[in-house]
Design a protein around this ligand. Structure first.
Ligand code: HEM
Length: 325
């Protein structure tokens, strides 16, 4: 979807992810994060990607969308199946996994359609039900369109969020001065400290971007600065991870400089399709770090196991073994 058609639907999507909407969600995100961290065992190895990132991502999304808590294990299993399909690069498996996800989403949409058929004037009780009342081009959204929107908000985001948590926790477990700085900032977080925390989150993700790339099709011939010519109608890959480590933009790509580098990172893309969930994702990641660092005296790497890098075409870490003090 592109151009005017994309803009019409994008306006609906954006209205659910404004700064005010994210601010409203923050107490819920803090509560979910605190419960997930409280439930983690102390003084033994836990995996920051699955035990923390994936569980938080699924639970926070369910709460935000108004989906039942019973879906949690189904969604966690789906995340594993989805990862497996991506790693095998098997198109048939991809289709099966995508269909399975559509079924989960459709059940939620159908349940709300049934309730509204009985009581058409009731005030929507959650984000999923609100979508049933949205209009585009002066008509209500179809079930297909609502499923597609919800799929975009969940299917990709659950895994991205878990991988982002892995990247952040791996770094703060390995780098004591960074962990100490974050602990200091969270001790009495205010707007200025939150801004620094968010810049640190972005900088960790810039250096080790787990959301690697997206595709585009050129709409006209393109000449690149190095003389390379790409004809119209060519599929190209936008490599966000590579762009985020471009020495011409960032100098030494591994130099950690949150405030200077933040305005130039491409973690959430750029242009008309740039991630509408950026603020929400950042608030989610901040909530996880706050819960982790305010309820533990120390987060350290496990003694007997190193983090396992994720396999291409995925990126980040498949497993980040840590011990909570
Ligand atoms: C967890 C960290 C996240 C990362 C790293 C991330 C990254 C991205 C990137 C790079 C794009 C651009 C895609 C493109 O240009 O083709 C994108 C698009 C998108 N993201 Fe995110 N995202 C994240 C979280 C979220 C969240 C929490 C939501 C919503 C709940 C979300 C919803 C979307 C949607 C709907 C699009 C498509 C936008 C469009 O085509 O207009 N993302 N995301």
């Amino acid at each position: 979807m592109d151009g005017d058609e994309h803009r019409a639907f994008r306006a609906v999507v954006d209205s659910y992810m404004t700064s005010d909407a994210v601010a409203d969600a923050e107490p819920m995100l803090a509560e979910v994060a605190a419960k997930v961290v409280d439930a983690l065992p102390r003084a033994e190895t836990v995996d920051a990607v699955h035990d923390l990132g994936a569980v938080f991502a699924v639970r926070a999304q369910c709460r935000w969308l108004g989906w039942p808590a019973e879906l949690e294990s189904e969604l966690l299993t789906w995340m594993d199946d989805h990862r497996d399909a991506v790693l095998r690069m098997d198109p048939a498996r991809h289709v099966a996994v995508a269909d399975a996800f559509d079924d989960i989403v459709r059940r939620q949409v159908d349940a709300r359609r049934d309730v509204r058929a009985e009581d058409p004037d009731r005030t929507p009780r959650d984000v999923t039900e609100r979508l049933l009342l949205e209009t585009v081009h002066g008509r209500p959204l179809t079930t297909e369109e609502i499923v597609s929107i919800l799929r975009n908000w969940t299917a990709g985001d659950l895994s991205s969020l878990a991988l982002c948590v892995g990247v952040l926790v791996r770094r703060l477990a390995d780098e004591a001065p960074l962990q100490d700085r974050l602990r200091f900032l969270f001790r009495a977080a205010d707007a200025a400290r939150n801004a620094e925390i968010d810049a640190i989150i972005d900088e960790c993700l810039r250096i080790e971007d787990p959301f690697v790339s997206n595709r585009r099709v050129t709409t006209c011939p393109v000449a690149l600065p190095d003389g390379q010519r790409i004809p119209a109608d060519t599929t190209v890959i936008l490599d966000w991870a590579e762009a985020n480590r471009d020495p011409e933009v960032f100098g030494d790509p591994d130099a950690f400089d949150p405030i200077v580098n933040r305005p130039r990172n491409l973690i959430y893309g750029i242009g008309p399709h740039a991630c509408p969930g950026r603020e929400l994702a950042t608030a989610e990641l901040r909530a996880v770090l706050a819960a982790l660092l305010t309820s533990t005296p120390a987060v350290r790497p496990a003694d007997d196991e190193r983090p396992t890098p994720e396999q291409p075409p995925l990126a980040g870490w498949a497993r980040v073994p840590i011990v909570l003090g």
